[in-house]
Design a protein around this ligand. Structure first.
Ligand code: ATP
Ligand code: MG
Length: 197
């Protein structure tokens, strides 16, 4: 084996995961020839403070169910194990020290491109990974982000969000095909998103 492994790091609340996330992860892996894409479940998403988020272990279990049999896409509970607020720069630093020689690719949707400057230690993030921005409906791909080594990847535009899925479950509307059946079954067995929680 020659050279460092090329690893994609796709962080999210995944509350719950849906086909928009899964298609983006798979497309980026293929497009950039990555060995693996780690889908990292945020323990406590500091950007979403103030709204109810499902327990991290439940979100992780749903993600694991969704990824069954998906070669090259792996659910990571590294931020859950670390506990506390989930800062991406800590995650990337941890991966660098845990995995040995790696080249990291930090994947975000185009809706987040403008807010990257507000992330904790955004300056050090720039040295830790190449930024990969995937297209998402409603937000243009950025032409340039100052200081970042950046790649845009056009992926099929999927107008699905976790917010929409949560409200569909609450209202008893269908979620079929918006996420894999295995993930739907896990949500049902855990009793997620149905009521007050
Ligand atoms: P919520 O509605 O709760 O914010 P979400 O659908 O935006 O959920 P997140 O967990 O917030 O999902 O997003 C994790 C990452 O996935 C972010 O980088 C986001 O931009 C990206 N992403 C989410 N949905 C899509 C989509 N449909 N297409 C492309 N990227 C997406
Ligand atoms: Mg979001």
């Amino acid at each position: 084996m020659s050279g460092a492994k090329r690893i994609g790091v796709f962080g999210g609340t995944f509350d719950p995961v849906h086909i928009g996330h899964l298609i983006a992860a798979s497309e980026v892996r293929n497009h950039l020839g990555l060995d693996e894409v780690l889908m990292v479940v945020a323990n406590s998403p500091w950007k979403k403070a103030g709204r109810d988020v499902a327990p991290p272990r439940d979100r992780f279990e749903v993600l694991c169910a969704a990824l069954e049999g998906c070669e090259g896409l792996t659910a990571s509970d590294l931020e859950i194990k670390r506990g506390g607020a989930s800062y991406t720069y800590e995650t990337l630093e941890q991966l660098k020290s845990d995995l040995g020689p790696v080249e990291l690719f930090m994947i975000v949707g185009s809706d987040l491109a403008d807010e990257l400057v507000t992330w904790e230690h955004s300056e050090s993030l720039k040295d830790l990974a190449t930024l990969v921005v995937v297209s998402r409906p409603g937000a243009e791909l950025p032409t340039i982000l100052l200081g970042w080594q950046m790649v845009n990847v056009e992926v099929p535009l999927i107008g699905v969000s976790s917010t929409d899925i949560r409200s569909r479950i609450r209202d008893g509307r269908p979620i079929d095909f918006l996420l894999p059946r295995s993930a739907v079954n896990k949500i049902t067995s855990l009793g997620m998103y149905t009521g007050a929680s």
